[in-house]
Design a protein around this ligand. Structure first.
Ligand code: FAD
Length: 478
């Protein structure tokens, strides 16, 4: 019997796996998709929020502030691309200024460092592309942008190095109470465990209801985005929000950690929790709203639309608690925004809840807590030359848009969480994330996957299960 099973390999499950891997425990993470970060963690605004938005006193407020501080430390230690660029909330008329004052009070109560209101002129000095309607802005210097995919992978890889077992393609289909714990069913066999962390995101209410009376409901809300080419990447240097509405933080404009410009999201309730479609209505709203704050954005430079689904619950706050009548079964649910920011603090809370449930947390003598990978494009010419001389695979460029080399794709294939698909390679080393969106490197990456896994090209996936790209090989009708 295992000590802990974590259900769900998003940022919350991965952060919990990392946190628990410090202790002498047997831990497995079961994920229903073929990779980590396939739910909300795959498609979000990628911001480690400063923490002035959540209502003071809420669980979100406390964990946002603590999580942001921990996130910065973790990203540094585990070689995750991040940049503390700061954020501005733009009031686009005088009557909106009281909203900034409310956010400022929240920020001070929530312990957000350096948060303050800037005059119109001071804000324009920072961000000259803000539009003529600007009245004032709330500045939060601690906001950060991050690569959410690599953040999740870095946590999961480190957890695996410290002994956690990762099981992709393991959807939990049923849970039964057994003596001393739980038995979890998957199509690939059953697992027994003393404790469970329910980090199943959009499906966390279904998982909860397998062992306890319903006590919350997930209310999915979709957010659509426009991702723009690097030619627009310098349009703003900080994350630009507008004043929040009842639907949330609203449409933002942000530089991405890879140098693109991200614009979105809207917020639309959806019934189908798998509906990540995008359309003219949603992206049209996003574009029109963004132009109110930054009128010169050139949307002709759009390279991709995508959507993510928030897993907010009907309780309006994060739900971090032992389910009633289910000892050792801990819900980490209702993790809408700022879940990416709060994840490391959620993970520490989860460890505390497990301890309260009777699990002994004894620190291991050895805990591997560093990680590094080659990023060819960011090396100096001398470093590049030395690397290529040592290993010529780094001298063969696979992705021309982002200058990703064969050596980096190969490193990804040999990593502790090997990529199961072409998009998974993109999430690990950036091949395919540039202007041509994998038009050139896609076939080469497909070949490398086929060779590495000894599969035929027709068996290679674009992304999740069933997303085959090729139907037959030349000269062979299937
Ligand atoms: C549009 C949008 C914008 C956002 N922007 C930000 C932001 O800028 N900053 C911020 O802090 N937060 C943001 N968030 C919130 C943040 O993305 C989420 O809070 C966070 O990703 C939640 O992580 P998670 O691990 O709880 O959920 P998920 O990432 O959804 O992971 C849950 C996992 O559980 C798996 N799973 C489900 N059912 C089962 C099962 N039966 N068996 C096994 N596995 C299962 C899923 O496949 C999934 O991988 C945003 C969210 C959205 C949607």
């Amino acid at each position: 019997m295992l000590d802990v099973i974590i259900i769900g390999g998003g940022i919350v499950g991965a952060a919990a796996a990392y946190e628990l891997s410090r202790y002498a425990l047997s831990v497995a993470l079961l994920e229903r998709e073929n990779d980590v970060a396939m739910g909300a963690t795959k498609a979000n605004s990628a911001i480690i929020h400063a923490g002035y938005s959540p209502e003071p006193g809420s669980c979100m407020a406390r964990l946002n502030a603590e999580g942001s501080r921990l996130a910065k430390e973790l990203c540094g230690k585990l070689d995750v691309p991040h940049r503390q660029c700061g954020s501005l909330v733009a009031a686009l008329s005088e009557p909106e200024i009281p909203v900034l004052e409310r956010l400022l009070r929240n920020g001070r109560e929530n312990g957000v460092p350096g948060v303050r209101i800037l005059s119109r002129d001071a804000a324009l000095d920072m961000e000259p592309n803000l539009g003529p309607d600007l009245a004032a802005a709330l500045y939060a210097p601690s906001a950060m942008i991050v690569d959410p995919w690599e953040y999740t992978l870095a946590l999961m890889e480190t957890a695996i190095r410290n002994g956690v077992s990762f099981k992709p393609d393991h959807a939990v289909t049923g849970i039964r109470k057994i003596g001393g714990g739980y038995r979890l069913d998957t199509a690939r066999g059953a697992f027994e465990t003393r404790c469970v962390l329910n980090a199943a995101g959009l499906y966390s209410d279904d998982i909860h209801n397998m062992v306890a009376e319903p006590s919350f409901r997930i209310q999915p809300a979709k957010g659509e985005y426009c991702l723009l080419d690097k030619s627009e990447g310098a349009r703003v240097s900080r994350v630009i929000f507008q004043c929040p509405t009842a639907a949330g933080k609203g449409v933002l404009i942000a530089p991405t950690i890879h140098g693109n410009l991200l614009v979105g999201p809207n917020s639309e309730p959806v019934r189908d929790r798998g509906d990540v479609s995008t359309g003219a209505e949603g992206t049209g709203f996003v574009m029109r709203t963004a132009l109110k704050a930054v009128p010169d954005i050139d949307f002709r430079a759009n390279i991709r639309h995508f959507a993510g689904i928030r897993a907010r619950s009907d309780r309006g706050d994060f739900i971090l608690e032992e389910a009633e009548g289910a000892k050792g079964f801990i819900d980490l649910a209702g993790i809408g925004s700022p879940g990416l920011s709060a994840a490391p603090a959620i993970a520490k809370t989860a460890a505390g809840l497990l301890e309260n449930a009777g699990l002994a947390l004894r620190e291991k003598e050895r805990f591997h807590d560093t990680r590094q990978r080659v990023r060819f494009a960011s090396l100096t010419p001398a470093e590049k030359a030395a690397l290529v001389a040592r290993d010529p695979a780094y001298g063969r460029v696979v992705c021309r848009c982002e200058t990703v080399t064969e050596g980096e794709v190969r490193d990804a294939l040999r990593s502790p969480v090997p990529p199961p698909s072409i998009n998974a390679v993109k999430r690990r080393c950036g091949a395919g994330s540039g202007r041509c969106q994998s038009g050139f490197c896609g076939p080469r990456v497909l070949d490398m996957l086929a060779e590495h896994y000894r599969r035929r090209p027709v068996e290679i996936l674009q992304d999740g299960a069933g997303t085959f790209i090729l139907t037959s090989e030349m000269g062979r009708n299937e």
